[in-house]
Design a binder for this molecule. Structure first.
Ligand code: BES
Ligand code: MN
Ligand code: ZN
Length: 523
Protein backbone atom coordinates (compact mmCIF):
# COMPACT_ATOMS: atom_id res chain seq x y z
CA UNK A 1 0.00 0.00 0.00
CA UNK A 2 1.26 3.46 -0.85
CA UNK A 3 0.11 6.61 0.84
CA UNK A 4 -0.02 9.14 -1.94
CA UNK A 5 1.36 12.50 -0.94
CA UNK A 6 2.16 15.63 -2.82
CA UNK A 7 5.38 17.37 -1.88
CA UNK A 8 4.37 20.86 -0.68
CA UNK A 9 6.75 23.63 0.31
CA UNK A 10 7.03 27.38 0.60
CA UNK A 11 8.56 28.74 -2.61
CA UNK A 12 12.08 30.12 -2.25
CA UNK A 13 12.37 33.93 -2.37
CA UNK A 14 14.37 33.67 -5.59
CA UNK A 15 11.88 31.31 -7.25
CA UNK A 16 12.88 30.72 -10.85
CA UNK A 17 9.97 30.13 -13.20
CA UNK A 18 10.27 27.36 -15.75
CA UNK A 19 8.15 26.07 -18.61
CA UNK A 20 6.41 23.83 -16.13
CA UNK A 21 5.43 26.48 -13.63
CA UNK A 22 1.77 27.38 -13.29
CA UNK A 23 1.39 30.49 -11.15
CA UNK A 24 -2.04 30.57 -9.47
CA UNK A 25 -3.32 34.06 -8.69
CA UNK A 26 -6.27 33.83 -6.26
CA UNK A 27 -9.10 36.07 -7.44
CA UNK A 28 -12.33 37.22 -5.83
CA UNK A 29 -15.74 37.70 -7.35
CA UNK A 30 -16.50 41.37 -7.88
CA UNK A 31 -19.03 42.74 -5.43
CA UNK A 32 -20.27 45.37 -7.89
CA UNK A 33 -20.66 43.20 -10.99
CA UNK A 34 -17.30 44.57 -12.13
CA UNK A 35 -14.19 42.56 -12.88
CA UNK A 36 -12.75 39.77 -10.76
CA UNK A 37 -9.99 41.18 -8.57
CA UNK A 38 -6.92 39.59 -7.13
CA UNK A 39 -7.17 38.86 -3.40
CA UNK A 40 -5.75 41.93 -1.63
CA UNK A 41 -2.21 41.90 -0.36
CA UNK A 42 -0.64 39.56 -2.93
CA UNK A 43 3.05 40.17 -3.57
CA UNK A 44 3.62 42.45 -6.55
CA UNK A 45 6.02 40.01 -8.17
CA UNK A 46 6.52 36.26 -8.33
CA UNK A 47 9.67 34.93 -9.95
CA UNK A 48 10.39 38.40 -11.36
CA UNK A 49 7.01 38.72 -13.06
CA UNK A 50 4.33 41.14 -11.94
CA UNK A 51 1.03 39.81 -10.57
CA UNK A 52 -2.12 41.48 -11.97
CA UNK A 53 -4.49 43.25 -9.58
CA UNK A 54 -7.68 43.03 -11.62
CA UNK A 55 -8.98 41.66 -14.89
CA UNK A 56 -10.71 43.48 -17.71
CA UNK A 57 -14.44 42.92 -17.05
CA UNK A 58 -15.40 42.19 -20.68
CA UNK A 59 -12.49 39.84 -21.18
CA UNK A 60 -13.23 37.89 -17.98
CA UNK A 61 -16.90 37.68 -18.90
CA UNK A 62 -16.06 36.44 -22.37
CA UNK A 63 -14.15 33.53 -20.84
CA UNK A 64 -16.91 32.72 -18.36
CA UNK A 65 -14.64 33.54 -15.44
CA UNK A 66 -16.29 35.23 -12.49
CA UNK A 67 -13.91 33.91 -9.80
CA UNK A 68 -16.34 31.53 -8.14
CA UNK A 69 -14.48 28.93 -6.08
CA UNK A 70 -12.96 26.35 -8.40
CA UNK A 71 -13.14 28.43 -11.60
CA UNK A 72 -9.90 29.16 -13.44
CA UNK A 73 -8.82 31.31 -16.37
CA UNK A 74 -5.52 31.35 -18.28
CA UNK A 75 -4.09 34.86 -17.84
CA UNK A 76 -1.60 34.89 -20.72
CA UNK A 77 -3.77 36.86 -23.10
CA UNK A 78 -5.51 39.03 -20.55
CA UNK A 79 -5.57 42.65 -21.67
CA UNK A 80 -4.50 45.14 -19.05
CA UNK A 81 -2.39 42.58 -17.23
CA UNK A 82 0.97 43.07 -18.92
CA UNK A 83 2.33 41.15 -16.09
CA UNK A 84 1.75 37.48 -16.60
CA UNK A 85 1.81 37.69 -20.37
CA UNK A 86 5.50 36.83 -20.33
CA UNK A 87 4.60 33.64 -18.61
CA UNK A 88 2.44 32.56 -21.51
CA UNK A 89 5.39 32.87 -23.88
CA UNK A 90 7.21 29.72 -22.89
CA UNK A 91 7.77 30.53 -19.25
CA UNK A 92 4.98 28.55 -17.77
CA UNK A 93 1.53 29.93 -17.29
CA UNK A 94 -0.39 32.38 -15.13
CA UNK A 95 -3.77 31.17 -13.96
CA UNK A 96 -6.53 33.17 -12.31
CA UNK A 97 -7.97 30.95 -9.59
CA UNK A 98 -11.41 31.77 -8.20
CA UNK A 99 -11.83 31.78 -4.44
CA UNK A 100 -15.28 33.39 -4.32
CA UNK A 101 -16.97 36.48 -3.11
CA UNK A 102 -15.30 37.96 -0.09
CA UNK A 103 -11.92 38.16 1.50
CA UNK A 104 -13.37 36.74 4.67
CA UNK A 105 -11.82 33.50 5.76
CA UNK A 106 -13.57 30.43 4.47
CA UNK A 107 -11.19 27.54 4.22
CA UNK A 108 -13.37 25.62 1.81
CA UNK A 109 -12.91 28.30 -0.90
CA UNK A 110 -9.16 27.97 -0.61
CA UNK A 111 -9.33 24.18 -0.74
CA UNK A 112 -11.35 24.38 -3.94
CA UNK A 113 -9.13 27.07 -5.43
CA UNK A 114 -5.97 25.06 -4.78
CA UNK A 115 -7.63 21.93 -6.19
CA UNK A 116 -8.55 23.78 -9.40
CA UNK A 117 -4.97 25.01 -9.73
CA UNK A 118 -3.63 21.45 -9.38
CA UNK A 119 -6.16 20.09 -11.88
CA UNK A 120 -5.18 22.78 -14.42
CA UNK A 121 -1.46 22.10 -14.07
CA UNK A 122 -1.08 18.84 -16.01
CA UNK A 123 2.31 17.40 -15.04
CA UNK A 124 3.65 20.85 -14.11
CA UNK A 125 4.51 22.60 -10.88
CA UNK A 126 1.69 24.76 -9.50
CA UNK A 127 2.66 27.79 -7.43
CA UNK A 128 -0.16 29.32 -5.36
CA UNK A 129 0.38 32.98 -4.55
CA UNK A 130 -0.83 33.97 -1.08
CA UNK A 131 -1.21 37.44 0.42
CA UNK A 132 2.13 38.75 1.60
CA UNK A 133 0.95 41.20 4.23
CA UNK A 134 0.08 39.65 7.56
CA UNK A 135 -3.13 37.81 6.93
CA UNK A 136 -5.39 37.16 9.84
CA UNK A 137 -5.29 33.41 10.41
CA UNK A 138 -2.68 32.92 7.67
CA UNK A 139 -2.01 29.43 8.97
CA UNK A 140 -5.58 28.37 8.28
CA UNK A 141 -5.46 29.67 4.71
CA UNK A 142 -2.15 27.91 4.08
CA UNK A 143 -3.43 24.67 5.55
CA UNK A 144 -6.58 24.80 3.42
CA UNK A 145 -4.46 25.35 0.30
CA UNK A 146 -2.25 22.39 1.18
CA UNK A 147 -5.29 20.19 1.88
CA UNK A 148 -7.03 21.13 -1.37
CA UNK A 149 -3.87 20.69 -3.44
CA UNK A 150 -2.82 17.38 -1.87
CA UNK A 151 -6.29 15.89 -2.07
CA UNK A 152 -6.73 16.96 -5.71
CA UNK A 153 -3.33 15.46 -6.59
CA UNK A 154 -4.34 12.17 -4.95
CA UNK A 155 -4.30 9.16 -7.20
CA UNK A 156 -4.72 5.52 -6.33
CA UNK A 157 -2.18 3.86 -8.60
CA UNK A 158 -0.54 0.84 -6.94
CA UNK A 159 -2.44 -1.38 -9.39
CA UNK A 160 -1.18 0.47 -12.48
CA UNK A 161 2.03 0.02 -14.45
CA UNK A 162 4.58 2.56 -13.17
CA UNK A 163 4.79 4.36 -16.54
CA UNK A 164 1.06 5.05 -16.42
CA UNK A 165 1.40 7.03 -13.21
CA UNK A 166 1.22 10.74 -13.99
CA UNK A 167 0.21 14.00 -12.41
CA UNK A 168 1.40 16.85 -10.23
CA UNK A 169 4.14 15.87 -7.78
CA UNK A 170 5.30 19.23 -6.40
CA UNK A 171 3.32 22.22 -5.20
CA UNK A 172 4.74 25.55 -4.04
CA UNK A 173 3.30 28.41 -2.04
CA UNK A 174 4.65 31.88 -2.81
CA UNK A 175 4.12 34.91 -0.61
CA UNK A 176 2.29 34.27 2.62
CA UNK A 177 3.82 35.95 5.64
CA UNK A 178 6.89 33.90 4.84
CA UNK A 179 7.25 33.09 8.49
CA UNK A 180 6.05 30.79 11.20
CA UNK A 181 2.33 31.03 10.47
CA UNK A 182 2.88 29.86 6.92
CA UNK A 183 5.16 27.03 7.99
CA UNK A 184 2.70 25.91 10.69
CA UNK A 185 -0.18 26.01 8.21
CA UNK A 186 1.72 23.92 5.68
CA UNK A 187 2.66 21.38 8.34
CA UNK A 188 -0.91 21.13 9.61
CA UNK A 189 -2.36 20.83 6.09
CA UNK A 190 0.11 18.07 5.25
CA UNK A 191 -0.86 15.98 8.28
CA UNK A 192 -4.58 16.38 7.67
CA UNK A 193 -4.24 15.55 3.98
CA UNK A 194 -1.99 12.56 4.74
CA UNK A 195 -4.64 11.19 7.10
CA UNK A 196 -7.37 11.65 4.48
CA UNK A 197 -5.18 9.97 1.82
CA UNK A 198 -4.50 7.07 4.20
CA UNK A 199 -8.26 6.57 4.58
CA UNK A 200 -8.73 6.83 0.79
CA UNK A 201 -6.03 4.22 0.14
CA UNK A 202 -7.70 1.80 2.55
CA UNK A 203 -11.11 2.36 0.94
CA UNK A 204 -9.78 2.03 -2.62
CA UNK A 205 -7.83 -1.18 -2.03
CA UNK A 206 -9.66 -4.13 -3.63
CA UNK A 207 -11.65 -6.25 -1.17
CA UNK A 208 -9.69 -9.42 -1.97
CA UNK A 209 -6.52 -7.65 -0.85
CA UNK A 210 -8.00 -5.72 2.07
CA UNK A 211 -9.54 -8.54 4.08
CA UNK A 212 -10.38 -7.89 7.76
CA UNK A 213 -6.97 -9.32 8.74
CA UNK A 214 -5.12 -7.16 6.19
CA UNK A 215 -7.07 -4.07 7.24
CA UNK A 216 -6.03 -4.66 10.83
CA UNK A 217 -2.39 -5.29 9.88
CA UNK A 218 -2.20 -2.21 7.69
CA UNK A 219 -3.69 0.01 10.37
CA UNK A 220 -1.46 -1.48 13.08
CA UNK A 221 1.60 -0.93 10.93
CA UNK A 222 0.70 2.68 10.12
CA UNK A 223 -0.10 3.54 13.75
CA UNK A 224 3.09 1.91 15.04
CA UNK A 225 4.85 4.97 13.56
CA UNK A 226 2.81 7.38 15.73
CA UNK A 227 3.90 8.45 19.19
CA UNK A 228 1.58 8.14 22.22
CA UNK A 229 -0.57 5.75 20.15
CA UNK A 230 -1.30 2.08 20.83
CA UNK A 231 -3.07 -0.54 18.73
CA UNK A 232 -4.46 -3.89 19.68
CA UNK A 233 -6.06 -6.35 17.25
CA UNK A 234 -8.52 -8.98 18.45
CA UNK A 235 -8.68 -12.20 16.45
CA UNK A 236 -11.70 -14.47 16.18
CA UNK A 237 -10.98 -16.36 19.42
CA UNK A 238 -10.66 -13.10 21.39
CA UNK A 239 -13.81 -11.73 19.76
CA UNK A 240 -15.66 -14.86 20.89
CA UNK A 241 -14.19 -14.66 24.38
CA UNK A 242 -15.35 -11.03 24.61
CA UNK A 243 -18.86 -12.14 23.60
CA UNK A 244 -19.19 -9.99 20.49
CA UNK A 245 -22.01 -12.20 19.23
CA UNK A 246 -23.29 -9.83 16.56
CA UNK A 247 -19.88 -9.39 14.92
CA UNK A 248 -19.32 -13.15 15.04
CA UNK A 249 -22.75 -13.71 13.52
CA UNK A 250 -22.07 -11.46 10.53
CA UNK A 251 -18.64 -13.09 10.03
CA UNK A 252 -20.09 -16.62 9.88
CA UNK A 253 -20.90 -16.45 6.17
CA UNK A 254 -17.32 -15.59 5.23
CA UNK A 255 -14.17 -17.67 4.78
CA UNK A 256 -12.17 -14.71 6.12
CA UNK A 257 -11.96 -14.43 9.92
CA UNK A 258 -13.13 -11.17 11.55
CA UNK A 259 -10.98 -8.73 13.50
CA UNK A 260 -11.60 -5.95 15.97
CA UNK A 261 -9.15 -3.07 15.78
CA UNK A 262 -8.65 -1.07 18.96
CA UNK A 263 -6.45 2.04 18.83
CA UNK A 264 -5.87 4.66 21.48
CA UNK A 265 -4.10 7.98 21.74
CA UNK A 266 -2.96 9.61 25.00
CA UNK A 267 -2.19 13.32 24.90
CA UNK A 268 0.91 14.76 26.46
CA UNK A 269 0.31 15.83 30.05
CA UNK A 270 -3.18 14.31 30.22
CA UNK A 271 -5.03 14.53 33.52
CA UNK A 272 -8.34 13.54 35.03
CA UNK A 273 -10.10 16.45 33.33
CA UNK A 274 -8.79 15.60 29.87
CA UNK A 275 -11.82 14.86 27.68
CA UNK A 276 -12.06 11.32 26.34
CA UNK A 277 -13.70 10.72 22.97
CA UNK A 278 -14.48 7.21 21.71
CA UNK A 279 -14.72 6.78 17.93
CA UNK A 280 -16.36 3.74 16.36
CA UNK A 281 -16.12 2.89 12.64
CA UNK A 282 -17.96 0.33 10.54
CA UNK A 283 -15.43 -2.03 8.93
CA UNK A 284 -17.27 -4.25 6.46
CA UNK A 285 -14.46 -4.98 3.99
CA UNK A 286 -17.00 -6.29 1.50
CA UNK A 287 -20.78 -6.24 1.75
CA UNK A 288 -22.43 -8.81 -0.54
CA UNK A 289 -25.58 -8.51 1.56
CA UNK A 290 -25.13 -12.04 2.92
CA UNK A 291 -28.02 -14.43 2.22
CA UNK A 292 -30.23 -11.35 1.68
CA UNK A 293 -27.95 -10.92 -1.33
CA UNK A 294 -27.52 -7.58 -3.06
CA UNK A 295 -27.95 -7.23 -6.83
CA UNK A 296 -24.85 -7.45 -9.04
CA UNK A 297 -24.96 -3.68 -9.51
CA UNK A 298 -25.60 -3.09 -5.83
CA UNK A 299 -22.35 -4.73 -4.77
CA UNK A 300 -19.92 -3.20 -7.28
CA UNK A 301 -18.93 -0.46 -4.83
CA UNK A 302 -19.22 -2.44 -1.62
CA UNK A 303 -15.49 -2.50 -0.90
CA UNK A 304 -16.31 1.04 0.30
CA UNK A 305 -18.23 -0.39 3.26
CA UNK A 306 -15.23 -0.05 5.60
CA UNK A 307 -15.03 3.73 5.12
CA UNK A 308 -16.08 4.40 8.72
CA UNK A 309 -13.28 2.19 10.06
CA UNK A 310 -10.83 3.90 7.72
CA UNK A 311 -11.99 7.35 8.90
CA UNK A 312 -11.62 6.69 12.62
CA UNK A 313 -8.23 4.98 12.26
CA UNK A 314 -6.93 7.74 9.97
CA UNK A 315 -8.04 10.25 12.61
CA UNK A 316 -5.96 8.45 15.24
CA UNK A 317 -3.02 8.55 12.84
CA UNK A 318 -3.22 12.36 12.82
CA UNK A 319 -3.61 12.80 16.60
CA UNK A 320 0.03 12.67 17.66
CA UNK A 321 1.30 14.73 14.74
CA UNK A 322 -1.25 17.46 15.47
CA UNK A 323 -0.70 17.27 19.22
CA UNK A 324 -4.40 16.78 19.96
CA UNK A 325 -5.10 17.41 23.65
CA UNK A 326 -8.00 14.95 24.09
CA UNK A 327 -7.79 11.23 24.85
CA UNK A 328 -9.07 9.32 21.84
CA UNK A 329 -10.05 5.67 21.52
CA UNK A 330 -11.00 4.24 18.13
CA UNK A 331 -12.74 0.88 17.77
CA UNK A 332 -13.38 -0.75 14.39
CA UNK A 333 -15.13 -4.11 14.05
CA UNK A 334 -14.02 -5.63 10.74
CA UNK A 335 -15.56 -8.50 8.77
CA UNK A 336 -16.88 -9.45 5.37
CA UNK A 337 -20.63 -9.92 4.91
CA UNK A 338 -20.89 -13.05 2.76
CA UNK A 339 -23.50 -15.76 2.02
CA UNK A 340 -21.34 -18.84 2.79
CA UNK A 341 -22.79 -22.15 3.93
CA UNK A 342 -22.51 -21.26 7.58
CA UNK A 343 -23.96 -17.78 7.12
CA UNK A 344 -26.61 -16.44 9.48
CA UNK A 345 -30.10 -16.80 8.06
CA UNK A 346 -33.01 -14.40 8.10
CA UNK A 347 -34.80 -15.33 11.32
CA UNK A 348 -31.64 -16.01 13.33
CA UNK A 349 -31.15 -14.23 16.66
CA UNK A 350 -27.76 -12.84 17.75
CA UNK A 351 -26.72 -11.76 21.24
CA UNK A 352 -24.64 -8.58 21.36
CA UNK A 353 -21.91 -7.75 23.86
CA UNK A 354 -24.31 -5.90 26.17
CA UNK A 355 -26.64 -8.92 26.37
CA UNK A 356 -29.34 -7.55 24.07
CA UNK A 357 -30.73 -9.94 21.47
CA UNK A 358 -31.30 -8.94 17.84
CA UNK A 359 -33.48 -10.85 15.40
CA UNK A 360 -31.84 -10.66 11.96
CA UNK A 361 -34.59 -10.45 9.36
CA UNK A 362 -32.36 -9.03 6.63
CA UNK A 363 -28.69 -10.05 6.59
CA UNK A 364 -27.90 -6.96 4.48
CA UNK A 365 -28.59 -4.75 7.49
CA UNK A 366 -25.27 -5.97 8.93
CA UNK A 367 -23.60 -2.68 9.79
CA UNK A 368 -25.87 -1.98 12.76
CA UNK A 369 -25.13 -5.50 14.04
CA UNK A 370 -21.36 -5.14 14.20
CA UNK A 371 -21.74 -1.59 15.51
CA UNK A 372 -24.01 -2.85 18.32
CA UNK A 373 -21.04 -4.79 19.71
CA UNK A 374 -18.51 -2.02 19.12
CA UNK A 375 -20.76 0.65 20.66
CA UNK A 376 -21.30 -1.60 23.68
CA UNK A 377 -17.52 -1.77 24.15
CA UNK A 378 -17.19 2.00 23.75
CA UNK A 379 -19.98 2.58 26.27
CA UNK A 380 -18.18 0.43 28.87
CA UNK A 381 -15.24 2.85 28.72
CA UNK A 382 -17.55 5.62 29.98
CA UNK A 383 -16.00 8.24 27.66
CA UNK A 384 -17.25 11.84 27.55
CA UNK A 385 -18.63 11.22 24.06
CA UNK A 386 -19.03 8.45 21.50
CA UNK A 387 -19.06 9.19 17.76
CA UNK A 388 -19.63 6.44 15.23
CA UNK A 389 -19.00 6.72 11.50
CA UNK A 390 -20.61 4.25 9.10
CA UNK A 391 -21.71 3.69 5.50
CA UNK A 392 -24.90 2.46 7.09
CA UNK A 393 -27.91 2.93 4.83
CA UNK A 394 -28.78 3.40 1.17
CA UNK A 395 -31.63 5.52 2.49
CA UNK A 396 -29.11 8.19 3.55
CA UNK A 397 -28.04 8.50 -0.10
CA UNK A 398 -31.69 8.87 -1.12
CA UNK A 399 -32.30 11.56 1.51
CA UNK A 400 -29.14 13.66 1.23
CA UNK A 401 -27.30 12.60 -1.94
CA UNK A 402 -23.57 12.11 -2.32
CA UNK A 403 -22.24 15.37 -0.89
CA UNK A 404 -23.89 15.49 2.53
CA UNK A 405 -23.64 13.10 5.45
CA UNK A 406 -26.51 12.36 7.85
CA UNK A 407 -25.92 13.35 11.46
CA UNK A 408 -27.80 11.92 14.44
CA UNK A 409 -27.24 12.34 18.13
CA UNK A 410 -28.53 12.48 21.65
CA UNK A 411 -26.70 15.53 22.92
CA UNK A 412 -27.11 19.12 21.73
CA UNK A 413 -23.63 20.29 22.68
CA UNK A 414 -21.95 17.37 20.91
CA UNK A 415 -24.15 17.88 17.84
CA UNK A 416 -23.34 21.59 17.71
CA UNK A 417 -19.61 20.94 18.05
CA UNK A 418 -19.76 18.36 15.26
CA UNK A 419 -21.73 20.62 12.93
CA UNK A 420 -19.29 23.48 13.47
CA UNK A 421 -16.32 21.14 12.96
CA UNK A 422 -17.89 19.79 9.76
CA UNK A 423 -18.38 23.31 8.40
CA UNK A 424 -14.76 24.26 9.05
CA UNK A 425 -13.69 20.95 7.50
CA UNK A 426 -15.79 21.42 4.35
CA UNK A 427 -17.67 18.17 5.00
CA UNK A 428 -21.37 19.08 5.13
CA UNK A 429 -23.56 17.24 7.62
CA UNK A 430 -27.31 17.55 8.04
CA UNK A 431 -29.05 16.50 11.22
CA UNK A 432 -31.92 14.01 11.11
CA UNK A 433 -34.15 13.25 14.11
CA UNK A 434 -34.32 10.26 16.44
CA UNK A 435 -38.10 10.29 16.94
CA UNK A 436 -39.65 8.15 19.65
CA UNK A 437 -42.65 7.51 17.39
CA UNK A 438 -40.56 5.17 15.27
CA UNK A 439 -39.11 3.16 18.15
CA UNK A 440 -41.63 0.34 17.59
CA UNK A 441 -40.44 -0.15 13.99
CA UNK A 442 -37.75 -2.43 15.36
CA UNK A 443 -39.88 -4.33 17.88
CA UNK A 444 -39.31 -8.06 17.38
CA UNK A 445 -41.79 -10.86 18.08
CA UNK A 446 -39.13 -13.01 19.70
CA UNK A 447 -36.08 -10.89 20.59
CA UNK A 448 -35.23 -7.53 22.19
CA UNK A 449 -35.26 -5.93 18.73
CA UNK A 450 -35.09 -6.78 15.03
CA UNK A 451 -32.55 -5.38 12.62
CA UNK A 452 -34.90 -3.85 10.03
CA UNK A 453 -37.89 -1.52 10.17
CA UNK A 454 -40.68 -1.07 7.63
CA UNK A 455 -39.75 -1.28 3.94
CA UNK A 456 -39.24 2.17 2.47
CA UNK A 457 -39.85 4.09 5.70
CA UNK A 458 -37.16 6.25 7.34
CA UNK A 459 -34.42 3.66 6.82
CA UNK A 460 -31.54 5.83 8.09
CA UNK A 461 -33.46 6.93 11.17
CA UNK A 462 -34.52 3.41 12.10
CA UNK A 463 -30.92 2.20 11.79
CA UNK A 464 -29.79 5.05 14.07
CA UNK A 465 -32.53 4.21 16.59
CA UNK A 466 -31.12 0.69 16.82
CA UNK A 467 -27.59 2.01 17.41
CA UNK A 468 -28.89 4.31 20.17
CA UNK A 469 -29.86 1.25 22.21
CA UNK A 470 -26.17 0.43 22.66
CA UNK A 471 -24.83 3.76 23.86
CA UNK A 472 -26.48 3.96 27.28
CA UNK A 473 -26.46 7.48 28.70
CA UNK A 474 -23.19 8.56 27.08
CA UNK A 475 -23.49 11.59 24.76
CA UNK A 476 -23.45 9.96 21.33
CA UNK A 477 -23.44 11.04 17.70
CA UNK A 478 -23.74 8.95 14.54
CA UNK A 479 -22.55 9.91 11.06
CA UNK A 480 -24.17 7.94 8.24
CA UNK A 481 -21.70 8.54 5.39
CA UNK A 482 -23.16 6.09 2.84
CA UNK A 483 -23.42 8.99 0.33
CA UNK A 484 -20.22 11.00 0.67
CA UNK A 485 -17.83 8.09 1.41
CA UNK A 486 -17.41 7.51 -2.30
CA UNK A 487 -17.15 10.01 -5.14
CA UNK A 488 -18.78 8.91 -8.39
CA UNK A 489 -16.82 11.54 -10.38
CA UNK A 490 -13.47 13.26 -10.10
CA UNK A 491 -14.19 16.87 -9.25
CA UNK A 492 -12.65 19.60 -7.10
CA UNK A 493 -10.44 17.96 -4.49
CA UNK A 494 -12.31 14.66 -4.73
CA UNK A 495 -10.95 11.89 -6.91
CA UNK A 496 -13.37 9.20 -8.09
CA UNK A 497 -13.45 6.48 -5.43
CA UNK A 498 -12.99 6.72 -1.67
CA UNK A 499 -13.11 10.28 -0.32
CA UNK A 500 -11.93 9.89 3.27
CA UNK A 501 -15.08 11.73 4.34
CA UNK A 502 -15.27 12.25 8.10
CA UNK A 503 -11.54 12.43 8.79
CA UNK A 504 -11.30 16.23 8.56
CA UNK A 505 -14.44 16.72 10.68
CA UNK A 506 -13.20 14.40 13.43
CA UNK A 507 -9.79 16.11 13.46
CA UNK A 508 -11.44 19.55 13.65
CA UNK A 509 -13.64 18.39 16.52
CA UNK A 510 -10.71 16.97 18.47
CA UNK A 511 -8.54 20.07 17.87
CA UNK A 512 -11.32 22.13 19.34
CA UNK A 513 -11.23 20.22 22.66
CA UNK A 514 -9.13 21.97 25.24
CA UNK A 515 -8.41 19.95 28.39
CA UNK A 516 -11.51 21.29 30.16
CA UNK A 517 -13.84 21.43 27.14
CA UNK A 518 -17.50 20.61 27.60
CA UNK A 519 -18.69 17.88 25.31
CA UNK A 520 -22.13 17.42 26.64
CA UNK A 521 -25.17 19.40 27.70
CA UNK A 522 -25.43 17.26 30.82
CA UNK A 523 -22.87 19.14 32.87
N1 BES B 1 -23.56 -0.94 3.27
C1 BES B 1 -24.96 -0.83 3.05
C2 BES B 1 -25.43 0.62 2.90
C3 BES B 1 -24.97 1.34 1.65
C4 BES B 1 -25.76 1.32 0.52
C5 BES B 1 -23.82 2.09 1.66
C6 BES B 1 -25.36 2.02 -0.59
C7 BES B 1 -23.41 2.79 0.53
C8 BES B 1 -24.19 2.76 -0.60
C9 BES B 1 -25.72 -1.44 4.22
O1 BES B 1 -25.09 -2.51 4.84
C10 BES B 1 -26.99 -1.96 3.69
O2 BES B 1 -26.97 -2.83 2.88
N2 BES B 1 -28.10 -1.40 4.15
C11 BES B 1 -29.40 -1.80 3.69
C12 BES B 1 -30.32 -1.85 4.88
C13 BES B 1 -31.66 -2.46 4.58
C14 BES B 1 -31.51 -3.92 4.29
C15 BES B 1 -32.56 -2.26 5.78
C16 BES B 1 -29.88 -0.77 2.69
O3 BES B 1 -29.62 0.41 2.87
O4 BES B 1 -30.47 -1.17 1.69
MN1 MN C 1 -25.49 -4.38 3.91
ZN1 ZN D 1 -23.04 -2.59 4.71
Amino acid sequence: MTVSTLSVAAAPRDLALSDFTVVGVPMMEASDAGAPEAVPGLPGHVGGIAVPERLDPEWAKGRGFSARPGETVVLAAAPGSPTLIGLGMGKGEGLGVGVGGTAELDRERWRRGAAALVRSSGNGVPVMVLPARRLERAAEVASAVVEGATLAAYRFDPYRKPDERTGVERFLIAGGDGGEELAAGIRYGREVAAAVCFARDLVNTPPGDLTPARLAETVAEALSQCSRTRVEVWDEARIAKERLGALLGVARGSAEPPRLIWASYEPQGGSLVTPHVALVGKGITFDSGGLSLKTADGMTTMKTDMSGAAAVMATIKACAALDISARVTAIAPATENMPGGRAIKPGDVLTARNGSTIEVLNTDAEGRLILADALSLATELQPDAIIDVATLTGAAVVALGRSIGALFGTDDVLIRRLRDAATRAGEPLWQLPLPEQYADHIDSEIADMKNVGKQGEAGSIVAALLLAKFTGKIPWAHLDIAGPARATETSGYLTKGGTGFGVRTLIELLLDLQPTATLSSRH
